[in-house]
Design a protein around this ligand. Structure first.
Ligand SMILES: CC(C)(COP(=O)(O)OP(=O)(O)OC[C@H]1O[C@@H](n2cnc3c(N)ncnc32)[C@H](O)[C@@H]1OP(=O)(O)O)[C@@H](O)C(=O)NCCC(=O)NCCS
Length: 168
């Protein structure tokens, strides 16, 4: 499988938004309230991704996985939003079902860790919906520790997954 990882740029805004919408609709059905999913459309997400990629106020590491030059997944990481005692956060990973289990997640994860380490980060956490067993299994395979800390969101619950030390 010829998957390449590179930084997301302006030209990727529309595809990154579409990937986000597709991933949410095919992964989070039954995990988050349907009104939230219905609000998530290409039209609503394109301006958000324009802001994320072109504005990048949070100074995130924004990476894309490309299969034969086509964007198939995204990963955002960097400054932690929550105060859980970790100096970085994996904000999101979005790979639609059709391209899952092809190794893109692992490549995106590894490259993000490499970049975070380069920035001097030592530890990391993320929030994952408790019912998202596939993702929890993936993070476990990436060395993450499922904690008993959780965050109650509007209509669903997230678990904190942690890396006390960033993997090498
Ligand atoms: C979770 C996600 C990032 C994983 O990425 P992926 O590209 O599907 O995973 P990879 O193919 O890189 O898997 C790497 C390894 O992780 C483990 N793994 C991945 N998915 C797994 C699953 N569903 N069950 C068990 N192990 C899994 C395996 O060890 C796998 O290696 P293998 O395929 O050689 O056995 C991706 O499926 C995804 O984006 N899902 C939808 C959105 C989502 O849930 N995001 C996370 C939000 S917190």
């Amino acid at each position: 499988m010829n998957i390449k990882i590179r930084e997301l740029v302006s030209e990727d805004v529309v595809d990154a938004a579409k990937i986000h919408v597709q991933t949410f609709h095919d992964t989070y059905q039954g995990m988050i309230p349907s009104e939230k999913l219905n609000e998530m459309t290409d039209e609503s997400m394109i301006p958000r991704w324009k802001d994320i990629i072109e504005g990048n106020k949070a100074n995130l590491i924004l990476l894309g996985a490309f299969l034969d030059e086509k964007l198939i997944g995204t990963c955002a990481s960097g400054t932690p939003r929550g105060e859980f005692g970790f100096d970085s956060e994996l904000w999101s990973m979005n790979i639609p079902k059709i391209n899952q289990r092809k190794g893109a997640g692992k490549l995106l994860f590894q490259k993000s860790i490499e970049r975070l380490t380069h920035e001097g980060k030592k530890s990391m956490y993320l929030c994952c919906i408790d019912k998202n067993i596939n993702a929890l299994d993936f993070y476990r395979a990436m060395g993450g520790e499922i904690t008993d800390m959780s965050v109650q969101r509007d209509g669903y619950q997230e678990i904190i997954v942690k890396w006390n030390k960033l993997p090498h």
